[in-house]
Design a binder for this molecule. Structure first.
Ligand code: ADP
Length: 491
């Protein structure tokens, strides 16, 4: 990586207000909240704290843009061009945007610069290409009629996103919504509002008309709940915890909004005795520790066949012990801080529970550094299915290793969770791999790989890990309504 200049280490925060109808505005209440640098616990800046009145203004702007503004008349191909321009602008400022993400979120600069941002750009370009390829079908019906379907934008999309991949979640939400012709009211996570606000400015520069994208920063039960309850919002796309999704579902019942959810997980990652153990250990290590373990699809239950258990555990232990934890702006850093004090405390309490319940901590197990929310990469061996660390989502750098012997029993145990987001298997036996892929109840299955994401590949959960899919064509469909038109051909 190029030498880090001071401007990259201290990126300028350009926007911290609500973005409504193409303009920057303080919250109507005048309230603000602070966003912190999780590596230093220092305040970065004050951010407008939006609530019902701000959301209401944002929804009015979004409805106007949807129904009568230039967006409603824009040719689909030109909508696509707006998205391409946004992707180009992001690419031209990739170092600065990566730095802003690292500042607000704490993720290592090598990841924000070389993983998150390229995926953001790719996702926007993928959906840019879709804008003029959304069409219905002609349908043969009984009688002298001509019947066809149109795919129309679902309307104003309310989008509520978490803090673990702030910019990437913006791209996953804006890409399909804009391609479909929707307008947007977004509520970024209170921990990480800055990169989303910067993207709103870039969207304006890319020629996306005022009112099409509106961003209201603030807290979940106030700004977030206002987006969910507002009758002018047609659909909610939410990424976060399943408990929040349950609240959203109740709040959305009044107006029967369309809902898509991408929630948590407790994903099984299975290592068979014939696997390439170096690859499997590295895959399990990346699959859990990536992004400080703050991934909904983290492979947090590593099931290892008893015949290779000792060899495998030695490898992951060594990898975890050598993981470089520290200043997220240092190019060599592999793991930054957790997002905030609450997450830090939650993770430390799970580490304590793991030890109390009898699991063996073979790496980490304590805080790292005296300042910032750093947790040592932690590996627990001899974990059993009934332990809290095997059942509950930790959302931190804590791996649980469980052993298995019998294949059918393994499948049963892998599925013994109310989550169903992702799963992986490491083996050279193609029949076993496909058998696992068929039987595991999860929205994504990786074979001899982990965390392979692509804008074209649908992502989402079975069971309480979600509802609907994001990305790919399925992700786009979630932003459209189907209209059936029947024309009498009698003269
Ligand atoms: P996390 O534990 O990752 O913060 P949450 O589900 O609490 O997960 O938060 C994800 C997003 O949902 C954030 O933007 C948060 O502000 C928002 N949120 C939290 N509570 C609510 C709510 N009651 N209604 C709408 N949005 C909410």
């Amino acid at each position: 990586m190029a030498t880090m200049t001071e401007s990259i280490r201290h990126p300028k925060v350009q926007h911290s207000e609500c973005f409504i109808d193409g303009k920057w505005r303080p919250a109507i209440s005048g309230k603000t909240f602070t966003t912190l640098n999780p590596a230093t616990e220092e305040v970065i800046c004050e951010v407008a704290e939006g609530d019902w009145a701000d959301v209401d203004a944002a929804v009015k702007a979004a409805r106007h843009a949807l129904e009568s503004g230039p967006w409603s008349r824009m040719d689909a191909r030109d909508r696509g061009r707006c998205l391409y321009r946004l992707a180009d602008l992001i690419e031209s400022q990739i170092d600065e945007l990566a730095a802003l993400e690292t500042l607000d979120n704490g993720k290592p600069i090598r990841e924000s610069r070389n993983a998150d941002l390229p995926l953001v750009i790719d996702c926007l370009r993928y959906y840019a290409g879709y804008a003029d390829k959304i069409h219905g079908s002609t349908i043969p019906v009984r009688g002298n009629y001509f019947t066809y379907t149109r795919r129309e934008p679902v309307g104003v999309a309310g989008q509520i996103i978490p803090w673990n991949f702030p910019m990437l979640m913006v791209a996953w939400k804006w890409g399909p919504a804009l391609a479909a012709g929707c307008t947007i009211v977004m509520k970024p996570a209170e921990q990480t509002p800055l990169s989303c606000l910067r993207m709103a400015q870039l969207a304006k520069e890319a020629g996306i008309p005022d009112g099409v994208i509106n961003v209201v920063p603030g807290f979940g039960p106030t700004a977030g709940a206002s987006v969910v309850r507002h009758p002018g919002v047609d659909k909610i796309a939410f990424t976060g915890e399943h408990r929040t999704a349950q609240i959203i579902m109740r709040d959305a019942a009044e107006t029967l909004k369309r809902l898509t959810f991408e929630l948590g997980g407790k994903s099984p990652n299975v290592v068979l005795p014939d696997a390439d153990l170096d690859r499997a250990a590295r895959g399990a290590y990346i699959g859990l520790f990536l992004n400080q373990g703050q991934c909904c699809c983290a492979g947090s239950r590593v099931f290892v066949h008893k015949d290779v258990h000792t060899e495998f555990v030695g490898r992951v232990q060594e990898l975890a012990k050598n993981r470089r934890v520290g200043d997220p702006f240092a190019p060599e850093t592999e793991q930054g801080p957790q997002i905030d004090q609450a997450q830090f405390d939650k993770i430390m309490s799970y580490i304590e529970k793991g030890t109390q319940e009898g699991a063996e901590c073979i790496a980490g197990g304590a805080r790292a550094h005296d300042r910032g929310y750093f947790v040592q990469p932690t590996v627990f061996d001899r974990v059993t299915d009934d332990m809290a660390i095997a059942k509950e989502e930790i959302f931190g750098p804590v791996m649980s290793v469980l052993t298995f012997d019998d294949w059918d029993d393994l499948i049963r145990r892998a599925n013994q969770t109310f989550y169903g987001l992702a799963a992986a298997v490491w083996t050279r036996d193609i029949a076993k791999a496909h058998d696992f892929a068929r039987k595991v109840r999860a929205g994504t299955v990786w074979v001899n790989c982990y965390d392979v994401f692509d804008a074209a590949a649908p992502f989402g959960g079975f069971k309480m890990s979600g509802q609907g899919r994001e990305l790919g064509e399925e992700g786009l469909k979630a932003y459209t309504e189907s209209k059936t038109v029947t024309v009498s051909l009698d003269s």
